[in-house]
Ligand binder design. Sequence first.
Ligand SMILES: Nc1ncnc2c1ncn2[C@@H]1O[C@H](COP(=O)(O)OP(=O)(O)OP(=O)(O)O)[C@@H](O)[C@H]1O
Ligand SMILES: [Mg+2]
Length: 472
Amino acid sequence: MNIKEMLKLADEIVFTQTGQHLDDLQDAILQGTLQRETYKEIAKNFDCSESRIREVGAELWQILSEELGEDVNKSNFRSTMGRLIFSNISKESVAIGSFEKEVVAIGSFNICGETRHSPDIAKPVNHTTSNPKPSQTTHQDLSEMPELGAFYNRTRELETLKTWILEQRCHLMTITGISGIGKTTLAVQLVHQIKDEFEYVLWYSLAPSPTFAEFQEQLIQFFSESEAVDSSRHNRQTLSLIKYLQKYRCLVVLDDVHHLFSSGELAGKYQAGYEEYRLFFRQVEQLSHQSCLLLIGWEPAVFLPKVSPPKTAIFGLQLTGLDMTATQAILRDYGLSEIEKYSALVPHYQGNPLWLQSVALQIQELGESVTDLLPDDTILLPEDLKEVLDLQFNRLSPTEKQLLFLLVKESAPVNLAKLLENSPIEGLDLRNALQSLLRRGLIEKIDNLYRVYPVLRQYITQKPGFFQKPGF
Ligand SMILES: Nc1ncnc2c1ncn2[C@@H]1O[C@H](COP(=O)(O)OP(=O)(O)OP(=O)(O)O)[C@@H](O)[C@H]1O
Ligand SMILES: [Mg+2]
């Protein structure tokens, strides 16, 4: 890392705080520190007493710490500057004088003709759980978070997520799964349970596909406005987004992250122009901080091993369906009474609450006797459920669609060797498409055998041309 660059940055930070540039002695102390010299050596080179160097050094650390909002001292000065330069923080955190202007501009920011909600600042909050800071207040903008309706089961998942966030202090977490499986609902419940552990809590939907610049600007607005409420200083400057995550303990939930990815490609391929999100997620994973970013969507925004190593900053949960008790409770909520009548039908829906709601509604509207005439292996596919599946199917790459057709045509779960043997798809492409379908949660793998979920199988067999063509 370039010492000159670090000194320049330090000079700008000091100027922001004091209105004065580094003088010769201050410059010599910082330069000596960057070159790993002791105070004694710096004093010798500058030809003054060691106590004077210590005194001026202490003032400098104080100025830098105040301005950066973190403890800066002789032993971490070099790494702090390196980190700031690396994460590009310098560019924004030294934008002296632009603060007032920037806040006004951000405050009137508008997207697609619709202004996002201003932060709903809730303070103070009663802390009921582990070790909150004594004078901590919580700033929350949960205006985009859906209301929590009926909530069954998910005790195990909630415990896992809470362990990752509160005990293992993970930086980045993903919840993925097929549409309707309950990702958002689970996250809402999680936020209700842990929000008091954080100083800043924000729920943000990426459904309108904001550019990274728009997203960043809106989050910075939330942080800077909330900070201003606490701050007695009027000239507090806005920081870069990552800097806020470093300065405070924040929980940021980003829902619908699949809107960042391309349709017609394998899972998790960022749309052109959205790559900056990936870089930001990497920063959140790798830099030192105490915040947590939770990413929710159909496709994973970052890829991670199935079994996480014991010490990791990143975790992922691929959500599966609810258990039978929860399933039955949903059917009852939707007005069905003769639950035992559906014992053959219901398992096809894999505990997906949205699918269950859809089919329960159809049975309820048509009358519960509608199922009497159906053969046992029937899978009802109401129109609204088809529409949900359309959305996901239409996002697949051509190879994934072709592979799904092949898998559906197999009468039983099939292994990779058989797939390679029967498929016109080239081996490498087939493996990638298979992996992508697994990441989307559209197929399952049990003992190295792959199969398409029954509802999806039914949906695909009803697609025009399925029986005629070998594939897409
Ligand atoms: N644990 C649960 N108990 C009862 N109902 C649930 C549960 N989880 C989800 N639901 C219901 O299922 C429906 C779908 O849930 P949710 O919106 O959370 O799914 P999702 O995975 O976020 O879907 P999408 O990917 O389309 O956003 C909602 O009506 C929700 O209320
Ligand atoms: Mg959702």
